[in-house]
Design a protein around this ligand. Structure first.
Ligand code: NAI
Length: 795
C-alpha cells in the first residue's frame, strides 16, 4: 500500500517494456544472417562480403547481412525486368488484390514489425507501433486503391518499368512503403536497397511478399551500403531511381543519372522552419516542438529544426520549452513510456556532437535538460540552441538529431524571409490562432508541405516532397503516381532528326545577301536590348537563303534575363489566374491580328507556306488553350484521416528556363512559354536555333499585350553558349529542354548545382501540332509543384 502511495507522491514511471521475444525468435530462425531477396528467394547469406547491424540502444550486434555486389544488383534487376511485363499484364484489379494482401499481412504482423524496427533503428516503440507501421499499412491500402483505379485515373499512361529504390535509415519501413506501394500500383517492378544501418524490416517485408504469393521478381531487396546503391543507380537496366536521403548523395545520383535517360525522383534534406506568431497557443506550440524535433530523435527529414518565434512570445516560449524538456523521458526504445530512443549509429552521434560543438564555437548558447542520457548505447539529449546567427552552422546545416535552434522575428514578412533563408524547402509549420495570417504566410514559404497549428502529420492520400534543394517529385496521393508512369506514346515516338547546325556569321554569306532586313534584338525585362557582346547570327531559311539576323546572346545576357525574370516572379505568381488568362487571350488576339506577317516569316524559313499558315493558326489556338487552363489547373483537397483539410495547391515553380524545340519556330516557342506563364512562372526562353526569328518577332506581340516586363524574356544565341549557363544558373528553379539526347544530358548535368527540376525530351518527337502531345496536362504538371497545406479544425 505504501508503495502505491509513494508512486502517487512521486508520479514515477515504472518500466513498461514491450517484449522482444518474437523478434529475437525471427532473427534466430534465420540464423541471424540474411542474404538478398532476389526473384522470389533469399540468396546464400554466406556468399560474399557481409556486415553487421546493431541495436543502437545497446550497441549489440543483431544480425549479419550481405554487402550487395554489382553482380547481386544485376541479378535483382534482371529478376525485376523479367517480372515486369507479367505484373503489368495482371491489370489494375490483379495488382490491387496483391497490394491489399500485403496491407493485410503488414497489419497482421504489425507488432513484430514495430519491435524489429525499434530494435534496428533505436526509435521508441510508441512511434514505430503507433505511427510508422500503421502508416505503412495505410500506404499499401491506399495504393491498392490506385492500382484498382489506374485505367480510370491515369488513362494513356503506363509504368516506367524497373525502378531502383534507395532509402535511408530514419523510417526504414515507412520509406519502403512510400517507395514500393506506388511503384507496384502503377505496374512497375522494383529493386529496393535499404539503408545499411536498418535492413532488417525490409527483409521481413520480403519474406511477407513471398508468403503472400507475390509473383517472383516483382519486389527484390538487395542489402548493402552506398556502393550497392551506386551500382543500382548506374545499372543500365534500371528505368527510374527513387531516392530518399541526404542532399549530398542526391546530388551524386542526379549527376550519375544525367544523360542516362533514367527518370529520377529525390526526397532530400531539410531545415524546416517552425514559425510561432505571438497569438499562438503556447502550450500547444510546446507539444508541437516536441513532435517537430524530438520525434524520432530529430532524425526526420522534415523535422522542425528552426523555431522562429515572434519577439513578444520568445521568452515565454523558451521558458516553457525548457520546462518540457526536463520531463522528456529517454531510454530503452522498447519501453512503452519512453519519449526518445537512441541515435541510429555512432557515426551519426559523432556528426550531431560535432555540429553542436561547431555551433557553440560560433557563439550559440546550447541548453540541455538536467537529466543525463543513458550511457550505454548511442544517445543524445534533446538540445535547444539560442543566440545563433541565421547564417550560422546550426541554423543552416541539417543536423539530423534532436537539436533545435530558436530565433526571433518581428513581423510576418520577416518570418517569411527567415523561413526561406536556407537552400532547402521541404516542410514548414505555422502556429497562430489567425487563419487569415496562417493562410497568408503558407503560400509564401518555400516548402512542399506546410502544417498549420500541427506538425509531422503524414498520410498516403497526401503528397510529400520538396522545393529547391530538398529535391523533386512527390510521394503519396495522386501527385505521387506521376513519378512512376510515362505517357504510352513515348515508347513509339520517333526521334526528331538533328537539324543542321545553323551557320555562324563567320561561315554564312552576309555581304549583299538578299532579304536581310534587320537584326532582331534580345528581349529582356520588357525591353528590346542589344546582346552584351554586340554579336549577331545569320538566320537562313529555305534553300539556304538568308532571312535575317538575330542577336547572339552570351552568358551575361542569360544572367540579365534571369535577373529580370526573378524580379517579375512574385508579382506574376500572385496575380489572379483570371488576370493571367486575360493577358494570354490578349496575346492570342494580337498574334491573330498579325497572322499574315508571321506566316510570311515562317514560310521564308521553311519554304512551306501552307505549313506556315497552319503553324500560326495552331499557335493562336494553343494560346487560347493555356488562357483557358490558367484558372482551371486547380488543386485538390485530400481526404486524409484527421480532422483537417489538406489543401494540395498547384504553385508555380518560379523562374523557368525553356529551350524551345527546333521543329516549329513559333508554335514550339508558344508551347513552352504559354503553359509556364499561365501557371505563374516567369520565363527565360531560348528560341529554336533554326528559326529564332519566329520567336523574336513575337516580342512585338508581347509588348502590345500587357505582359508585364520580365515575365517572358527571350535570349537568342548559339545553344552551346547560352543553354549551359541557363541550366547551371542558381537562381533558375527549373529548365525545360526540347532537343536531342546530348543537349538533354547537358541540361541534366548542369542542373545539379541547385538541384533544379528538369524536363528534357532526349530527342523524342512530340508532334507539336497535335493537341494531345503538344499541349495539355503534362505541360501543366511540369509547370507546377504541389504544396500540401494541412489545416486542422475542430477542438
Ligand atoms: P545517405 O544519403 O548517405 O544515405 C541514404 C541512402 O543512400 C542509404 O541507403 C545509403 O546506403 C545510400 N547511398 C549512400 N551513398 C550512395 C551513393 N553514392 N549512391 C547511391 N546510394 C548511396 O545518408 P547517411 O549517410 O545515412 O546520413 C548522412 C546525413 O544525411 C545525415 O546526417 C542527414 O543529415 C542526412 N540524411 C537525410 C535524410 C533525409 O531523409 N533527408 C535521410 C538520411 C540521411
Amino acid at each position: 500500500m505504501s508503495k502505491v502511495a509513494e508512486i502517487f507522491e512521486t508520479m514515477e514511471y515504472g518500466p513498461a517494456p514491450e517484449s522482444a521475444e518474437r523478434a529475437k525468435a525471427w532473427l534466430d530462425e534465420h540464423g541471424r544472417a540474411f542474404g538478398h531477396y532476389i526473384g522470389g528467394a533469399f540468396t546464400d547469406p554466406d556468399a560474399g562480403e557481409s556486415f553487421g547491424t546493431a541495436n543502437p540502444a545497446t550497441g549489440v550486434a543483431m544480425a549479419r547481412v550481405v554487402q550487395g555486389s554489382a553482380a547481386d544488383v544485376d541479378a535483382a534487376v534482371s529478376a525485376a525486368r523479367g517480372a515486369q511485363p507479367g505484373w503489368w499484364a495482371l491489370g489494375p484489379h490483379g495488382r490491387a488484390k496483391y497490394l491489399y494482401a500485403l496491407a493485410r499481412r503488414i497489419q497482421k504482423h504489425a507488432r513484430l514489425f514495430a519491435v524489429l524496427e525499434s530494435m534496428d533503428n533505436g526509435k521508441p516503440i510508441r512511434e514505430s507501433r503507433d505511427l510508422d507501421i500503421p502508416l505503412v499499412a495505410r500506404h499499401f491500402y491506399h495504393h491498392a486503391g490506385w492500382a484498382q483505379l489506374m485505367d480510370a485515373e491515369l488513362p494513356g499512361y503506363e509504368p516506367v518499368g524497373v525502378v531502383g529504390q534507395i532509402i535511408p535509415w530514419n523510417f526504414p519501413m515507412l520509406m519502403l512503403a512510400w517507395k514500393i506501394a506506388p511503384a507496384l500500383a502503377t505496374g512497375n517492378t522494383v529493386v529496393l536497397k535499404p539503408a545499411e544501418f536498418t535492413p532488417l524490416t525490409a527483409l521481413l517485408f520480403a519474406e511477407l511478399c513471398r508468403d503472400a504469393g507475390l509473383p517472383d521478381g516483382v519486389v527484390n531487396v538487395v542489402t548493402g551500403d552506398g556502393r550497392t546503391g551506386a551500382a543500382l543507380v548506374e545499372h543500365l537496366g534500371v528505368d527510374k531511381i527513387a531516392f530518399t536521403g541526404s542532399t549530398e548523395v542526391g546530388r551524386i545520383i542526379r549527376t550519375a543519372t544525367a544523360g542516362s535517360g533514367k527518370r529520377v525522383s529525390l526526397e532530400l534534406g531539410g531545415k524546416s522552419p517552425f514559425i510561432v506568431f505571438d497569438d499562438a497557443d503556447l502550450d500547444s506550440v510546446v507539444e508541437g516542438v516536441v513532435d517537430a524535433i524530438w520525434f524520432n530523435q530529430g532524425q526526420v527529414c522534415c523535422a522542425g529544426s528552426r523555431v522562429l518565434a515572434q519577439e513578444g512570445v520568445a521568452v515565454a516560449l523558451e521558458r516553457k520549452l525548457r520546462a518540457r524538456m526536463e520531463t522528456l523521458r529517454m531510454g530503452d526504445p522498447l519501453d512503452k513510456a519512453v519519449d526518445m530512443g537512441a541515435i541510429v549509429a555512432p557515426v551519426q552521434l559523432e556528426r550531431i556532437r560535432g555540429l553542436v560543438e561547431k555551433g557553440r564555437q560560433e557563439g550559440a548558447e546550447v541548453w540541455q535538460p538536467s537529466w543525463s542520457a543513458p550511457k550505454e548505447g548511442w544517445f543524445f539529449p534533446p538540445t535547444l540552441c539560442t543566440n545563433c546567427a541565421p547564417s550560422g552552422t546550426l541554423a543552416q546545416v541539417e543536423i539530423f538529431g534532436p537539436v533545435v535552434v530558436m530565433m526571433t522575428f518581428r513581423t510576418p514578412a520577416e518570418a517569411v524571409e527567415l523561413a526561406n533563408d536556407t537552400r532547402y524547402g521541404l516542410a514548414a509549420s505555422i502556429w497562430t490562432e489567425s487563419v487569415n495570417l496562417a493562410l497568408d504566410v503558407a503560400p509564401k514559404v518555400k516548402a512542399g508541405t506546410v502544417w498549420v497549428n500541427c506538425t509531422n502529420l503524414f498520410d498516403a492520400a497526401s503528397g510529400f516532397g520538396g522545393y529547391r534543394e530538398s529535391g523533386f517529385g512527390r510521394e503519396g496521393g495522386l501527385e505521387g503516381l506521376w513519378d512512376y508512369v510515362r505517357p504510352s506514346w513515348e515508347k513509339s515516338a520517333g526521334e526528331v532528326p538533328a537539324p543542321a547546325p545553323p551557320p555562324t556569321p563567320e561561315d554564312a554569306p552576309t555581304a549583299g545577301a538578299p532579304g536581310v532586313d534587320r537584326t532582331a534584338k534580345l528581349y529582356i525585362g520588357g525591353k528590346q536590348v542589344r546582346p552584351d557582346g554586340d554579336a549577331s547570327m545569320i538566320v537562313t531559311g529555305a534553300a539556304g537563303r538568308v532571312v535575317g539576323e538575330v542577336g547572339r546572346g552570351n552568358r551575361k545576357d542569360v544572367r540579365n534575363a534571369v535577373e529580370a525574370a526573378r524580379k517579375a516572379q512574385r508579382g506574376w505568381a500572385t496575380r489572379a489566374a483570371h488576370n493571367r488568362a486575360q493577358i494570354l487571350y490578349y496575346v492570342a488576339e494580337n498574334l491573330d491580328a498579325r497572322r499574315a506577317e508571321f506566316a510570311a516569316r515562317l514560310a521564308a524559313i521553311s519554304g512551306d507556306s501552307d505549313g506556315a499558315q497552319a503553324e500560326v493558326e495552331a499557335s493562336v489556338r494553343r494560346l487560347f488553350s493555356y488562357a483557358a487552363w490558367a484558372d482551371k489547373w486547380d488543386g485538390r483537397v485530400h481526404a486524409t484521416p484527421f480532422r483537417n483539410v489538406t489543401l494540395a495547391m498547384n504553385e508555380p515553380i518560379g523562374v523557368m528556363g525553356a529551350v524551345c524545340p527546333e521543329e516549329y519556330p513559333l508554335l514550339g516557342f508558344v508551347s513552352c512559354v504559354a503553359p509556364l506563364v499561365a501557371m505563374g512562372n516567369t520565363v527565360v526562353a531560348i528560341p529554336s536555333r533554326v528559326g529564332p526569328l519566329g520567336a523574336t518577332d513575337f516580342y512585338q506581340v508581347l509588348e502590345t499585350s500587357d505582359v508585364p516586363a520580365g515575365v517572358v524574356n527571350i535570349v537568342t544565341g548559339q545553344h552551346d553558349e547560352v543553354v549551359p549557363t541557363l541550366a547551371a544558373h542558381d537562381d533558375v528553379d527549373g529548365v525545360w529542354y526540347f532537343g536531342g539526347a546530348e543537349g538533354s544530358a547537358g541540361v541534366e548535368k548542369a542542373s545539379t548545382g541547385n538541384m533544379k527540376r528538369t524536363w528534357v525530351s532526349y530527342g523524342r518527337a512530340r508532334k507539336w501540332m497535335d493537341a494531345h502531345r503538344g499541349e495539355g496536362e503534362e505541360f501543366l504538371r511540369e509547370a507546377t509543384q504541389v504544396k500540401n497545406i494541412w489545416v486542422p479544425y475542430g477542438e
